[in-house]
Write a protein that binds this ligand. Sequence first.
Ligand code: SAM
Length: 225
Amino acid sequence: AKIFTQEFSTLSKSRQIKYLKMKYVIEHMEKGFTEWVILEYAQILRDVGSDNLILTCLPEGTTDRDIPVSLLKLGLQWSTKDASHFIPRDIPKSRLCLLDPRAELDLQPTDTGEFDYFIFGGILGDHPPRDRTGELRQRLNCPGRRLGDSQMSTDTAARTTKIILDGTPLEEIKFIDYPEIRFSRHEATEMPFRYVLDGDYRPILPQGMLRLIKKDSERSLDQFF
Ligand code: SAM
């Protein structure tokens, strides 16, 4: 659903309460919706719930028809405006937290009391990292927190943030760096990011991602033949 663009204070109380709940904000910084981005956003919606999330900064003129159906089905709320347009005016910048790989402090469970909104770059990982989050750092000019010193995908960053805000310190979360995804004896792909491990010590990837990685690797192999 498209989110309002009018001033927060002019909204009805019930709408204000609804929007105040959306504490995860993803500022979309990619061009359009690639399959990777769709799978990552879909997973974040499943993990944090559609009431808690807004996808901002979509190109002017975007309509529901431009949004992938799978995201609409999961209840995606979105806006063409950036985060500053719908975060209530009376919430000071000190209550916003940019998840920033270059921040000085790591996020801690006590930060639940410090911040009302957690803002992520909707950016596909690049290796080596190009600090595209820096654009948000400059634009938002709000406090930042790091999630350790390794680059994560946006869905992993959102998952890690939720685990920490739910009470588990970063040091106690089990991660794997640069996992190798093996499809067969001859085919494997290394993912140059950090992932949270599940109870079976497997990296948590968005639903459907393994299939997509396999498809992409077959496509790039095809180029050699
Ligand atoms: N290479 C990108 C860059 O140059 O900024 C990294 C983008 S990362 C794939 C997408 C988003 O996840 C970042 O904008 C940030 O909000 C969050 N993120 C990823 N790793 C993080 C970390 N170690 N600490 C804090 N935030 C992180």
